[in-house]
Design a protein around this ligand. Structure first.
Ligand SMILES: CC(C)(COP(=O)(O)OP(=O)(O)OC[C@H]1O[C@@H](n2cnc3c(N)ncnc32)[C@H](O)[C@@H]1OP(=O)(O)O)[C@@H](O)C(=O)NCCC(=O)NCCS
Length: 317
């Protein structure tokens, strides 16, 4: 007689479980460098973290977060969902996602996203090559929205010499330099009138992080450009931005090359420009090539029994 499998218990993650969740990510997130770091990255901000345990074994985990807009609206994010491969296709992912959706609904979220929630996120969406995760999202009624990509720069072959361009900008009164703690307040105030709040949060977090890097372009006390790297993972780079009225002068290229040079000096061989655009700019400037691609998903919890999007399109079921 075969024994029935032990039941699965879903509960809040305790601090001592973090190591097991990190190991689970290292085993299952096979497309990711530094996958073990992902739970720690997501837990840098207030989050909901759940684990699924069978007997004494860590079978799965889900981490979610809430974004509150300036108008007080709240949106929910599922930032991570992972199940041990020996325990997949037994409903554990469905139980974890269901428990997370209920937790997010209790906090006022009507809309749930499988998409990057800056500043602390692992991916812009679901990597299209995590086939099981894509199937899972679509079968659970998540609607496919945009597609975003990361671009890669091979630092072993890239030409990162920016000295001539930087000198020319210096002669025009534009200083490109590494950020210092004294930049924090003035930088946020200066950039805040031009850039979205989520980018300002990422830039400020990079300035305060001991492992991240941030370069700034400053002209006459005004902050006109920025580029960050390594906030979440060492090989990652972005966001990068130049004020609209200062574009076309080569500021972005110098900022980017300074960051990439730091990454190369730290031993990174292939840098990843995260959630990249415009693609042609990065292709032209540092010969970046398209790497990972991500679909973003969205679900309205108020719409029950929403048919999976592909069923609408195929029209078979
Ligand atoms: C995605 C993942 C979490 C799903 O966990 P799971 O416990 O196997 O999911 P469930 O058993 O609850 O599956 C629910 C439904 O999702 C769909 N699904 C799940 N895995 C699938 C697969 N490999 N192929 C096709 N559909 C799949 C099915 O509709 C399934 O229902 P069914 O088994 O009744 O057909 C798991 O495959 C995983 O950990 N993958 C690696 C990590 C990852 O890619 N995470 C995404 C980044 S956040």
């Amino acid at each position: 007689m075969t024994r029935a499998p032990e039941p699965v218990t879903i509960s809040e993650m305790t601090p001592d479980a973090l190591g097991d969740v990190a190991s689970l990510c290292a085993r299952e997130l096979v497309l990711d460098r530094d996958a073990a770091a992902i739970p720690g990255i997501l837990m840098r901000r207030p989050c909901i973290s759940l684990v699924a345990v069978r007997g004494r074994v860590m079978a799965g985990s889900c981490i979610g977060s809430v974004a509150t807009g300036r108008d007080g609206t709240t949106d929910g994010f599922i930032d991570l969902l992972v199940v041990d491969r020996g325990q997949q296709r037994q409903g554990i992912g469905r139980q974890l996602a269901g428990a997370m959706e209920r937790q997010l609904a209790i906090r006022g979220c009507g809309q749930i996203y499988l998409a990057g929630h800056g500043p602390y996120y692992a991916w812009p969406g679901v990597d299209i090559h995590y086939t099981a995760a894509v199937c899972f999202a679509e079968d659970l009624g998540y609607r496919r929205q945009g597609c975003e990509v990361n671009m890669e720069v091979d630092l072993r072959h890239a030409d990162l010499d920016a000295a001539v361009a930087q000198d020319a900008l210096q002669s025009a009164g534009i200083d490109i330099r590494r950020a210092t703690p004294a930049d924090d307040g003035p930088m946020q105030e200066s950039l805040g009138s031009t850039w979205q709040q989520s980018w300002i949060a990422e830039i400020a977090a990079a300035l305060r992080s001991s492992q991240a890097g941030l370069y700034l372009a400053v002209q006459g006390g005004r902050y006109i450009g920025f580029c960050t790297y390594g906030l979440n993972r060492e090989h990652e780079i972005g966001p990068l931005g130049t004020s609209p009225d200062r574009r076309g002068l080569g500021i972005g290229g110098v900022l980017l090359k300074r960051c990439l040079t730091d990454q190369r000096d730290h031993g990174v061989t292939v840098a990843e420009l995260v959630w990249t655009g415009p693609l042609s700019y990065f292709s032209r400037t540092v010969n970046a090539t398209i790497g990972r691609a991500f679909w973003q998903y969205e679900k309205n919890l108020a719409v029950t029994g929403q048919a999976a999007d592909w069923r609408d399109r195929v029209g078979l079921i």
